[in-house]
Design a protein around this ligand. Structure first.
Ligand code: OOG
Ligand code: NI
Length: 453
């Protein structure tokens, strides 16, 4: 019997994310410029802040920094979403979190496909924010039916991709050669198409209902609409964007700058207007694709998150209409209510931490004492914040809106429907907070077991 060796899913994801980045750089050259800018600022930041370098290294995050990014796509039907779930599973990416964007006037709900385990995250945390269009929120019956008919006619997956997904499921993995074929075939789903599948009138009618509907319905596939590298200093990248010819969105979304960063801060350069050939040969344009950057900080517990949501709401009210500098100043003031200190965040149960043995702890041998606080105090154990790997609904809404020309429709609001989303997906989404809590708990147990001798 021959034994097949499978390529680890982490490796397939790593290859896929690199192929995706190369494709997007070729499609949107400004994205390549953005990558260079982010790399330059990251290098400068690491040189200026040796403590940050030490910390990222200890957390296993220095190595992943240069490959770290997320992308986003939008699909039109339950079948498409369910098949994407199977496609991402080949790469060790699973649906985490439910995001209701109807609240922000955008007719989609979403999840993030991402790796889950410590080791997988350390290898390459590539994530794809995936939104499902909610045709049921379109008021016009005729338009809804027209959109459904158009979507029913397309298959966003190549036959090879479908076949390799099935093969992976049946045999439990892919060989290196199959993995390369899979990456190439899977990439086709995310490619940009200059030809729309509909005529200009149909595009216009869907666009008039909501630009996002036209974006999802009128093309052969769910083109990747942005990729987002991780920066260590988002304020500096935002400041420098105009100098490399980019038009940044008005304000940086999320929490303000802090000594000890929390959750996620994001900004983007505005979507480009691109020429499209419509059925019947009419020329027109479509605006969908952009570039984004993010700065990640620590994951908050439900208690920390509740405080964040409250402060964010308050800050946004006070900062409405202000430019980025003034907006950030207001946010900093409001967020003073959240301690800007790892130890305090941990003591007050506001953020999740990863516990590991220090050098002294490794040398210490069995301890009579197994109280984690005392072990920390003795310097045998160290606690480091766990990085937030997910997204923020209010920030996501801000990103959507800045790229949809402010398109929002209040009539969509109040329509969260996680059950319907999970039914379309064909699986439940994992609760992101439970994942952080599990990782924290597991790290504590490993430390205690090691010191119990
Ligand atoms: C997704 C917008 C959300 C983020 O980083 O929050 C997002 C989209 O425009 O399709 O990517
Ligand atoms: Ni994004």
């Amino acid at each position: 019997m021959t034994q097949t060796t499978f390529l680890p899913a982490n490796e397939i994801r790593d290859r896929f994310s690199k192929a995706m980045s190369a494709m997007y750089q070729a499609e949107v050259p400004q994205y390549g410029t953005l990558l260079e800018l982010v790399e330059q600022v990251n290098e400068e930041t690491l040189t200026q802040q040796p403590e940050l370098r030490r910390r990222l290294e200890a957390q296993g995050e220095l190595a992943r920094l240069s490959v770290e990014r997320h992308g986003a796509i939008r699909v039109g039907s339950a079948d498409e979403l369910a098949m994407l779930r199977r496609l991402f599973a080949v790469m060790g990416m699973y649906p985490v979190g439910y995001y209701d964007l109807s609240e922000a006037g955008v007719p989609v709900h979403s999840t993030a496909f991402r790796p889950i385990e410590d080791e997988a995250l350390a290898c390459n945390p590539f994530r794809v924010f995936t939104s499902l269009l909610r045709l049921e929120l379109i008021e016009s019956e005729t338009l809804r039916q027209r959109a459904e008919e158009i979507l029913a006619k397309r298959d966003i997956f190549t036959p090879t991709a479908r076949q390799l997904i099935e093969q992976c499921e049946a045999q439990g993995g892919l060989s290196a050669e199959q993995a390369d074929q899979f990456v190439e075939a899977a990439l086709e789903t995310f490619r940009w198409h200059q030809d729309a599948t509909v005529d200009l009138d149909t595009y216009q009618a869907l666009h008039d209902e909501h630009r996002l509907i036209a974006d999802v319905v009128c093309f052969r596939g769910p083109h990747i609409n942005h990729l987002t590298p991780r920066t260590l200093d988002i304020d500096e990248v935002q400041r420098r964007m105009p100098s490399v010819g980019m038009n940044p969105k008005a304000v940086i979304e999320g929490p303000p700058r802090r000594e000890c960063p929390i959750l996620l801060r994001q900004t983007s350069f505005k979507a480009l207007e691109e020429s499209i050939r419509f059925a019947g040969d009419a020329q027109g344009t479509h605006t969908a694709r952009f570039g984004e950057i993010e700065q990640r900080g620590m994951a908050l517990t439900p208690k920390g998150r509740a405080l964040y949501d409250q402060l964010l709401g308050e800050g946004r009210k006070q900062a409405a209409g202000l430019d980025n500098e003034a907006h950030q100043a207001v946010m900093s003031k409001v967020f003073a209510a959240l301690p800007d200190d790892d130890a305090a965040m941990r003591r007050e149960g506001l953020a999740y931490f990863h516990y590991h043995l220090t050098e002294a702890g490794k040398a210490a041998g069995a301890q009579a004492d197994t109280d984690i606080e005392e072990l920390l105090e003795k310097g045998l154990v160290e606690a480091q914040p766990i990085t937030y790997e997910d997204f923020l609904p209010v920030s996501a809404a801000g990103i959507f809106q800045s790229n949809l020309g402010g398109g929002e429709n209040a009539a969509y609001a109040g329509n969260a429907n996680r059950e319907a989303f999970e039914e379309a997906l064909g699986a439940p989404v994992t609760d992101e907070l439970a994942l952080y809590a599990e990782r924290e708990q597991a790290s504590k147990q490993r430390v205690l077991a090691a010191l119990a001798g």
